[in-house]
Design a protein around this ligand. Sequence first.
Ligand code: FES
Length: 101
Amino acid sequence: MSDYVTIAEASRVPLGRGLTVRIGEREFALFNIDGDFYVLDGHCSHRGGPLGEGIIENGRVYCPMHGWGFDAKTGACFENPERPVKCYLTRVVDGSLQIKL
Ligand code: FES
């Protein structure tokens, strides 16, 4: 049984920018970087800033609140390596962006 769930139509995630999607109580930050999709937890590990509104540069997502940078592919935090954000495996099926929970 697959544990992937659809969180958005891939076409909704703009190239080079983020999108915040809420599912139930959870928020996810979706990114389209050069046509590849990445999904991180929606809240920054510093003080909960909205990562889906962050700035993307060279594969990094910068939180709009205080500028902490995260690797979009892994969730690693560059300012504080002990504070990564959760990163989800993604796939696109029939135009739907899915994550593995
Ligand atoms: S809340 Fe993200 S850097 Fe402070």
